[in-house]
Design a binder for this molecule. Structure first.
Ligand code: BDR
Ligand code: CA
Length: 356
């Protein structure tokens, strides 16, 4: 199999760690490195968390580089309320001492792109490193294969303001610069940002019964996931009235490997940087602005198919074994299997929902 070369740019972060686990257990991709950016936690803490994950996966051969310590223009606001003081759900796992993160994520991105040619970037945090790459090393962009970005939202509501998703809200100027580059830069004009936003990631729920199932499949991996997600569960209960937690980032990795997991639309997209709506993605799929479509926005996904994809890879079990268990814990809604817990969420409209 010809594995596609990838750099994972992230802000680990609980769901970033789950995404790294999925990536490193997927033979279709060769992870050339992990770069961190300030987001859920400062870039340096993200570097420690990336190394903790790589050590757990016995993949300390993958280099970790520290990136931008603050957003392009705005003051930095972390997301430790969601991910815990250490970014890993206050699991306080010990730092890895035998390998340390290196400085210079943006230079690493540029050098690796130029050397390897045809490298994709999966960005799971604010787009600050990518904006700096575009600004400082425009020649490297000719080697970019695809950019997959977890961020933004099309029709779904925001998670940091009524309209903005965290990664783009944290550094809206970077997100804006990246989408503009895919409109204007000669190396990127023909390409699109693959926007894996809240419209699809909100559908991916890790529930307590799934975690229990994971513990049955592997005591070690299950315990690791349980340890880092407990805090995230509590946050979701308080914030959204849902039992379980939304895991956004692994869907971006899964989509990179298997396009059949999601559907989407092409659109010209801009990111708002001012006023109450900063961080909002303004998408124009109908061509009202008569602009070239610089993004592919994911609008639909199949949560059951994703979870089967995740579990079979991370736990090395066949789909035939996973499917019946998923069927036990999902309910049908409009012909699609979704999480029972999500249907009962206090946050959703309708029965049991916020509108009641
Ligand atoms: C995104 O923000 C972070 O908190 C998550 O890691 C994810 O990348 C979701 O809005
Ligand atoms: Ca993230």
């Amino acid at each position: 199999m010809n594995a596609r070369k990838v750099i994972i740019d992230c802000d680990p972060g609980i769901d970033d760690v789950l995404a790294l686990m999925l990536a490193l257990r997927s033979p279709e991709m060769e992870v050339l490195g992990v770069t961190t950016v300030c987001g859920n936690v400062p870039a340096a803490q993200g570097g420690e968390n990336a190394l903790k994950t790589l050590e757990f996966l016995k993949r300390l051969d993958v280099p970790v580089y520290l990136g931008e310590a603050r957003p392009l223009r705005r003051a930095y606001v972390d997301a430790t309320d969601t991910h815990g003081a250490d970014g890993l759900g206050e699991s306080f796992l010990p730092n890895v001492e035998k390998v340390r993160p290196k400085e210079g994520a943006v230079d690493f991105l540029a050098e690796t792109l130029k050397r390897e040619k045809q490298v994709s970037i999966i960005a799971l945090g604010p787009l600050t490193n990518i904006a700096r790459l575009i600004e400082c090393h425009p020649e490297a962009l000719y080697s970019l294969d695809e950019l997959i970005s977890m961020g933004g939202s099309y029709k779904s509501h925001g998670n940091c303001s009524p309209v903005a998703e965290y990664n783009y809200w944290c550094d809206p100027d970077a997100a804006k610069a990246v989408y503009e580059a895919f409109d204007r830069h000669p190396a990127l004009r023909e390409k699109q940002v693959h926007m894996v936003g809240l419209d699809v990631t909100r559908e991916i729920l890790l529930t307590p019964n799934l975690v229990e199932y994971m513990c049955c499949l592997s005591r070690e991996i299950g315990a690791f996931i349980r340890k880092i997600t407990r805090f995230y569960f509590d946050f979701h209960w308080k914030q959204e009235g849902v039992i379980g937690c939304v895991i956004n980032d692994p869907l971006a990795v899964a989509y990179f490997i298997d396009r059949s997991l999601c559907d989407g639309i092409d659109a010209y997209t801009q990111v708002e940087t001012e006023g109450n709506s900063f961080g909002q993605t303004l998408a124009d799929p109908y061509g009202i602005w008569k602009k070239e479509k610089n993004s592919h926005i994911l609008t639909k996904t199949d949560p059951m198919k994703f979870m089967e994809f995740f579990i079979t890879r991370v736990f090395g079990v066949p789909a035939s074994q996973v499917r019946p268990i998923l069927r036990q814990i999902m309910v049908e809604n409009a012909g699609k299997l979704v999480w029972a817990q999500k249907e009962a969420s206090l946050f959703d409209e309708g029965e049991g929902g916020a509108e009641e």
